[in-house]
Design a protein around this ligand. Structure first.
Ligand code: NAD
Ligand code: AHE
Ligand code: ZN
Length: 375
């Protein structure tokens, strides 16, 4: 079949809207009509050429929602008409990682996914007879895409596509980092570095978890109001303080008889390795947990004095908020439907596929929280 898609032909160039060829689903795969897709910072990271796994030409996009329109042989877990969210972290429930119950990082199809291919080692997309790579196993910047059935989560059919597509990455990553990865306790202190599409969801996760002091850190003052909207209690612009951000946060969180400051939980949502170090070092001696969410460019490395870890701080990371997609994503959609979490105000812009490059510009300039493309 033919489908309209925004193709990344080259790193650093705008996407081009063209009609591409798409082969139907093979065994264990489903054809999904994408109804809406968010634009995540990670799409821009890959488009920039900084992603070691970035491949071109490819169809980016990993934050979508849509309807199953065809199923390949042997598919049992979904049927035509089901509403689904594509999962860049699948859940096969059979691989050693899924069976371990220790991680959400299913390994069933990770190696072909990283090569921009379907599990059989081929691409379903082509343009003018030449293959186009899949992206993160999803390629939601296409009106139709093919997914393995283990990589789709069946969701409430009443949930609006233009909102719950955001659960496909940003919402689940932010809220999940708090609940699944850091396992934040009630009454804790927390600092969130970077108040974009991910950081604001960390903030709403912290509010849900009952954190007392929620400090937002961003170099853009416009983000203060945004953070407060979702539960942030204090805002710091590191460019507007005397001294360094680590001491500032430690001083802000001095509590108890010994007056040793430090934040119970910190989260990097910037992808900047200097910020990751600051987040770790601002966490509390003895028990602080610092979670890396941001994705850093090829060649970038993190460092700190080992003493920071010897003295009890834990440096950890999270992909997709530690969520097991087929199990957890439908629940998060239900949380949205019942009002337990908010999504609507974070979707600041919607656009047609033809205007997708505008969505990238809004993100780069810090004007948007989330742009959603409607098909
Ligand atoms: P975004 O562009 O919407 O937000 C980034 C925010 O960080 C902005 O508000 C910006 O002003 C702020 N910022 C930049 N430099 C800063 C600094 N030095 N100090 C403080 N704040 C600073 O991006 P996003 O969509 O929220 O994504 C954030 C990061 O998370 C990206 O690196 C993205 O690739 C990554 N990500 C990771 C996962 C995962 O599963 N681990 C999932 C989604 C996104
Ligand atoms: N391909 C990059 C890393 C990109 C990355 O870390 N991706 C996150 C999701 S970001 C979503 O917006 C992730 O899930 N990682 C785990 C995985 O298996 O990809 C690189 O550096 O090679
Ligand atoms: Zn993402």
């Amino acid at each position: 079949m033919k489908t309209r898609a925004a193709v990344a032909f080259e790193a650093g160039k705008p996407l081009e809207i063209v009609e591409v060829d798409l082969e139907g689903p093979k065994a264990g795969e489903v054809l999904v009509e994408i109804k809406a897709t968010g634009i995540c910072h990670t799409d821009d990271f890959t488009l920039s050429g900084a992603d070691p796994e970035g491949l071109f030409p490819s169809i980016l996009g990993h934050e979508g929602a849509g309807v199953v329109v065809e199923v390949g042989p042997g598919v049992t877990s979904v049927k035509v008409g089901d509403h689904v969210i594509p999962l860049y972290t699948p859940e096969c429930r059979e691989c050693p990682s899924c069976l371990s119950r220790k991680t959400n990082l299913c390994t069933a199809i990770r190696s072909t996914q990283g090569q921009g291919l379907m599990p059989d080692g081929t691409s379903r997309f082509s343009y003018k007879g030449k293959p186009i790579f899949h992206y993160m196993g999803c390629s939601t910047f296409s009106n139709y895409t093919v997914m393995p059935e283990i990589a789709v989560a069946k969701i409430d059919p009443d949930a609006p596509f233009d909102k719950i597509c955001y659960v496909g990455c940003g919402v689940t990553t932010g809220v999940g980092a708090v609940i699944n990865t850091a396992k934040v306790d009630q009454g804790s202190t927390a600092a969130v570095f970077g108040l974009g599409g991910i950081g604001l969801n960390v903030i709403q996760g912290l509010r849900m978890a009952g954190a007392d002091m929620i400090i937002g850190v961003d170099i853009n003052n416009d983000k203060k109001e945004w953070g407060e909207r979702f539960g942030m209690t204090h805002f710091v612009n590191p460019r507007e303080i005397d001294g360094d951000i680590v001491s500032h946060l430690v001083n802000m969180t001095k509590r108890g008889a010994d007056q040793i400051g430090g934040v119970d939980y910190t989260f990097d949502c910037t992808g900047n390795v200097t910020v990751m170090r600051q987040a770790l070092e601002a966490s509390h001696r003895g028990w602080g947990k610092s979670v890396v969410i941001g994705v850093a460019a090829a060649g970038q490395e993190i460092s700190t004095r080992p003493f920071q870890l010897v003295t009890g701080r834990q440096w950890m990371g999270t992909a997709f908020g530690g969520a097991r997609g087929r199990t957890d994503v439908p629940k998060i959609v239900d949380w949205y439907m019942s009002g337990k979490i908010e999504i609507d105000p974070m979707i600041t812009h919607t656009m047609r596929l033809e205007d997708i490059n505008k969505g990238f510009e809004l993100m780069r300039s810090g004007e948007s929280i989330r742009s959603v493309v409607l098909f």
